[in-house]
Design a protein around this ligand. Structure first.
Ligand SMILES: [Zn+2]
Length: 625
């Protein structure tokens, strides 16, 4: 039913787009629904504070987002309601701006102190490296003055010689409208954390002494859970909600989630919901809550014009009717959600100000600081010119314009070369999660290198001369052993939380009325995205990339022995599979030797694209006009 509706709407939009292009508004946008308590939410920003320079849909920088917050706070004041701003972690690992500094994330953390966050929580990316953890603990968390939550994270404090809480276990505060809030902040379980970090399971966390203190709290009107875990299918969150409901059977609970990089909204019970706001500064999440008993307003009915749905232009009635028909509003009196595309025009639209009045001095100053930081990190210097677009999961993985295919068929075999072993048949293997985004046609620099693959610590090792009979089925087992988990894979992308399975022919949208983008289906229906897009196709990337170099599989040329080449991250996974195949613990980490090493230090996963561009692409793009 949904698919039929989707197909109909897509064809209708295309029809309208073709017929009425001259009179269509620039973009179809839905209004936000305001409540008594409103929340702007960011998560998994991964360093994209400068915005997406090549993608107008997500092109705002953090300065424009700060102006947006200020304008929304003014609107909240006019409406006489509360507005909170919350982030749920993974601030860096993803762009040159965040990852080229020492320690990684230190400059972006400074820039982020300009955002008036009310609550924050760490993500797993804050907890991998001791140097990052220390920097966050000593230089970032104190700035927030009790608003950085760490209900289940401790750090080994070397000066004190003991573990200390990374942030506050919980915080209680009251909004200007008399809403008393209990807030908690958790990081979901993950592997590979720094040994300075102690991340307790949910079960262990709820046995800590501070949990008992919560039972003494009186008159809590709203519980906010800032969690670096998905809002659906998280057993840790389920347990937390179960325990909270025992203590607070009737209190409104709003979860703000993250980690799996999707847009999503979950309805847990009639007074508990969860919002997840995407990734990479593509989404500003919006949650609003009505029906808070203690809320006091100076106006009689400040939100009486609470509209369910409205479009930018009254000309377009068709999609409006269709979308209303698909509207499944589980609890219209209490909760709403929106996923705001991260661009200036959308921010201006929701701010209800003229664009010339939109920027605030703080926002402009922050944009200036970001531009300055990018200049100082040489992010503007061109490294090469990509001859075409290389898509991420919006194109089939083996297509000639797939970034995965570029690495597998070109970059790995041509760049990861060790002359002393190049005579050997070999596999070059990487988990697909090692690649995080596509590359657009045109000039690219350091920022784009990190956006394609931010793992600059990943260098390549070799396991030499493995008998062919052991590894002949390795590509199959990599895919099917179950060892590469979903979070080793690349994170998800526009449209795929919502599993749009229509096989539209994907051509890059012209810069006109309806572009490809997010089309989210969540527990409230299909109308959460503030901007109406055509859904982006999504193709499964599989679990791994495997270049076969000098391996010829005709019967006369089967190799006797093969080298395996991979990154440090994948080694334990490969050892696991190989040892399964031989039936004993034969291979260990110590058996692997460094394979690809350069004097100039450019030998990590992040460097490969630039090395390839040096050799095969133009340094600069030359315009044909
Ligand atoms: Zn993340």
């Amino acid at each position: 039913m949904r698919n039929q509706l989707l197909k109909f709407l897509v064809s209708l939009l295309i029809l309208i787009d073709n017929c009425l292009a001259a009179v269509l508004p620039e973009t179809l946008r839905r209004e936000l629904k305001w409540g008594q308590v409103n929340i702007l939410h960011t998560t998994d920003m991964h360093g994209w504070l400068a915005g997406h320079a090549h993608d107008k849909r997500y092109s705002a920088d953090l300065g424009e987002f700060v102006s947006f917050i200020h304008r929304m706070k003014q609107l909240a004041q006019e409406k006489d309601v509360d507005l909170l701003v919350i982030d749920t972690g993974d601030l860096h690992d993803g762009t040159g701006l965040s990852d080229l500094t020492d320690p990684p994330g230190s400059w972006t953390n400074d820039l982020l102190t300009n955002v008036p966050y009310d609550l924050l929580v760490a993500g797993n990316h804050e907890l991998y490296l001791p140097i990052v953890m220390n920097d966050t603990y000593h230089n970032f968390i104190p700035f927030w003055n009790g608003r950085y939550l760490a209900s289940n994270v401790d750090i080994y404090d070397e000066e004190a010689g003991m573990y200390a809480s990374f942030g506050e276990k919980y915080a209680v505060f009251e909004t200007p409208h008399n809403v008393r809030i209990l807030s908690l902040g958790f990081v979901g379980s993950f592997s590979g954390g720094s040994d300075k970090a102690r991340v307790l399971s949910m079960e262990a966390s709820l046995r800590q002494p501070w949990w008992n203190e919560l039972q003494e709290l009186k008159d809590i009107d709203l519980i906010l859970i800032a969690g670096h875990f998905p809002v659906h299918d998280s057993s840790e969150l389920d347990l937390l909600l179960l325990k909270l409901r025992k203590e607070f059977p009737d209190t409104i609970i709003q979860v703000l989630g993250g980690h799996s990089h999707i847009r999503d909204y979950a309805v847990y019970d009639e007074k508990a919901t969860g919002l997840q706001s995407g990734r990479y500064c593509e989404t500003a999440g919006w949650a609003s809550i009505r029906g808070v008993p203690s809320f006091t307003s100076s106006k009689v009915n400040p939100i009486s014009s609470y509209s369910v749905f409205s479009l930018f232009s009254p000309l377009i009635n068709y999609p409006r009717k269709i979308l209303e028909a698909s509207y499944i509003f589980t609890n219209p009196s209490k909760f709403s959600r929106s996923y705001i595309d991260w661009n200036r025009k959308g921010f201006v639209f929701h701010s209800k100000v003229h664009e010339s009045k939109f920027d605030t001095s703080e926002g402009l100053e922050l944009s200036h600081q970001i531009a300055d930081a990018r200049r100082r990190l040489n992010l503007l210097d061109p490294l090469g010119c990509s001859p075409k677009d290389y898509g991420f999961s919006e194109v089939p993985r083996n297509a000639s314009n797939s970034i995965y295919n570029l690495f597998e068929s070109e970059i790995f075999p041509k760049i990861i070369v060790n002359k002393s072993r190049s005579h050997m048949p070999h596999y070059i293997i990487l988990n697909t999660g090692g690649i995080r985004g596509g590359l657009q046609q045109g000039s690219f620099g350091l920022d784009e290198l990190f956006q394609v693959s931010p793992f600059k610590g990943n260098v390549f090792y070799v396991l030499k001369s493995i008998p062919w009979f052991i590894v002949k089925d390795l590509p199959y087992w990599l895919e099917h052993s179950g060892y590469l988990s979903i979070f080793d894979k690349s994170s998800t992308l526009p449209g795929d939380s919502n599993t749009v399975t229509e096989t539209l022919t994907y051509t890059k949208s012209e810069p006109k009325k309806v572009s490809y983008g997010y089309w989210t289906h969540d527990d409230m229906g299909d109308d959460g995205d503030d901007t109406i897009h055509l859904p982006v196709p999504h193709y499964d990337s599989g679990n791994y990339l495997c270049s076969k170099v000098n391996i010829h599989l005709d019967i006369e040329h089967y190799p006797q022995r093969v080298d395996l080449v991979t990154t440090e991250f994948v080694i334990p996974r490969l050892n696991y599979i190989l040892n399964k195949l031989v039936g004993k613990a034969l291979y260990t980490k110590e058996d692997w030797e460094l394979y690809f090493w350069r004097e100039d230090g450019r030998h990590s996963m992040t460097d490969l694209l630039a090395l390839y561009a040096d050799k095969y692409w133009d340094k600069e793009c030359f315009s044909s006009t």
